[in-house]
Design a protein around this ligand. Structure first.
Ligand SMILES: [Zn+2]
Length: 509
């Protein structure tokens, strides 16, 4: 939705975190094996993504004395990295622990997990210590501000000690495996996994071998020094480029997508009205053009200002040399944007060049009348616009919003076979498509059942219904929630469950 709010820039400071890129001992230095994990589907952060073990620093990490550490900050991060590695994979990279048996390590882990012993107490009790020489710092990456949860993550390379074998401890992780760095990167290239930029950068760097300049290669990008990545490739050929927009909290950015082959670029939703944001997006587009591509079209998923705010600026930047395409019901509502081509339900846009990319447009109204999603059957991907988002919730605001149509659109998206990724209008990509769509549908139906129950109890106006149904949201959000209640009531009314008379709703029994 479109609300311009002074409170849009909510505080979302990154939290300290550490991750370990675990190398298998005795693997080929020219293409080392690394242990990567698949994150559980139920997680709030990057569910279903492939990544390295790691997590948030906890309060005990700063009390650990790490030998040979240059400073306190590094010691804290190494402690967090070592602790997470132990908690998630059972791997203990410590000095003094060489004689511990597998059974002893398991019992230590149990002490830690059960809370019988803290991490510092455990190390002290068994006379173990951490040494900075066992953890090579290879970069510090900050989660882009489009995530609900953000981390400032220090990455460390560590060698898996002999006689220890990583084992995924059920919980945050679903699975894990040793894999050659080049093979892991290849899996991503073949659309087999979803990953974030630091993971991909590490795999690509390691695939170049354990060379004397390895650390230098790891650190050779501004993003490895905490500069926020702008161009995010959760999947090959789909650049997600979040731009700051006046959108609805908790979102602060809208995702522009640059879907590209060797010859063409299709640009979805350049939404920022801010000049400096338009400028960085234009630079990214220019770099793709400089590699020999042309812009096929700018495509608008739907009419909200946070999705169209930069369309004219980008067209101007490209000297007017580009068509803008949208659904007719979107084009009709955008007097200030010249829409050159109308996109109809079912039509396919096929890009020239390699790899073959065809996107089929799906008219999926509900959030907005002319809303379009785009399905790439070859790559099992769906660009969902604001119908499904990776951050925050979707507002159905009548009369533009229509709950009956929205649920029908969600069901239509649910019926698409073999999806493995959703690219939403806000937040990170979603690697658990069907789970997410099911959650959306059941969440709406649960709300609706509670709204109907409220009306059946005699609560007759949306303003009052909100208070009994949206008990989980802050009263500040009531005005917005009321729009959703009205959308549900309209649906219930069209289905003959409630009636509306003299500004009051009542149940039809
Ligand atoms: Zn929207």
């Amino acid at each position: 939705m479109t609300e311009v709010s002074a409170t849009a820039s909510i505080s979302n400071a990154p939290k300290d975190a550490a991750a370990v890129i675990l190398l298998r001992s005795n693997s080929d230095p020219n293409d080392p094996e690394v242990y990567w994990v698949k994150r559980s589907e139920g997680l709030a952060f990057l569910a279903g993504f492939h990544a390295f073990p790691g997590g948030q620093i906890d309060s005990t990490d700063s009390s650990i004395d790490v030998r040979n550490s240059p400073n306190q900050a590094t010691s804290t991060m190494i402690s967090g990295a070592a602790r997470e590695l132990f908690e998630e994979l059972g791997i203990l990279v410590v000095r003094g622990g060489e004689t511990l048996t597998k059974g002893q390590r398991e019992s230590l882990l149990d002490d830690l997990e059960s809370g019988r012993m803290t991490w510092p107490a455990l190390l002290a009790h068994y006379n173990l210590h951490l040494d900075a020489d066992d953890f090579t710092f290879v970069g510090r990456w900050v989660t882009p501000p489009f995530n609900a949860r953000r981390f400032d993550t220090w990455f460390f390379l560590a060698r898996c000690p002999d006689k220890q074998e990583p084992k995924v401890i059920p919980g945050e992780l679903e699975s894990g495996e040793w894999i050659r760095a080049s093979a892991a990167y290849q899996r991503w290239l073949e659309n087999g996994v979803v990953a974030v930029p630091p993971t991909l950068h590490a795999l690509k760097t390691l695939a170049g071998g354990i060379t004397p300049n390895l650390v230098e290669r790891f650190l050779a990008r501004p993003a490895a020094h905490g500069e926020v990545v702008r161009r995010i490739e959760f999947r090959p050929n789909y650049i997600c480029f979040p731009v700051r927009t006046p959108t609805r909290p908790p979102a602060t950015h809208t995702n522009c997508y640059l879907v590209h082959t060797s010859q063409e670029i299709l640009i979805f939703d350049p939404g920022s009205p801010y000049e400096e944001e338009q400028q960085v997006l234009a630079e990214c587009v220019d770099s793709l053009i400089a590699e020999g591509r042309t812009v096929r079209e700018i495509v608008i998923t739907h009419l909200h200002p946070d999705h169209v705010g930069g369309v004219n600026a980008l067209r101007d930047h490209l000297l007017g040399n580009v068509l803008v395409a949208a659904h007719s019901e979107t084009a009709d509502e955008l007097p200030n944007i010249k829409v050159d081509r109308l996109i109809q339900d079912g039509e396919t846009i096929t890009l020239r060049g390699e790899p073959a990319i065809s996107l089929q447009a799906l008219h999926t109204p509900g959030h907005a009348r002319g809303h379009l999603c785009f399905h790439d059957a070859d790559h099992h991907a769906l660009i969902t616009g604001d119908n499904i988002v990776g951050l925050g919730s979707v507002l159905i605001d009548p009369p533009e919003g229509d709950m009956t149509k929205y649920l029908a659109s969600l069901k239509r998206m649910r019926s698409i076979p073999n999806l493995s990724i959703l690219f939403g209008g806000h937040g990170p990509a979603i690697a658990t498509p069907y789970k997410k769509i099911d959650e959306y549908i059941s969440h709406r139906l649960e709300r609706e059942a509670r709204i109907l129950a409220a009306v059946q109890k005699g609560i007759a106006v949306p303003e009052e219904i909100v208070k009994v149904v949206y008990t989980d949201v802050s009263p500040k959000a009531y005005a917005m929630a009321e729009r959703s209640v009205i959308a549900h009531l309209e649906k219930l009314s069209s289905e003959g469950h409630v009636q509306f008379d003299q500004n009051r709703y009542s149940a039809i029994r």
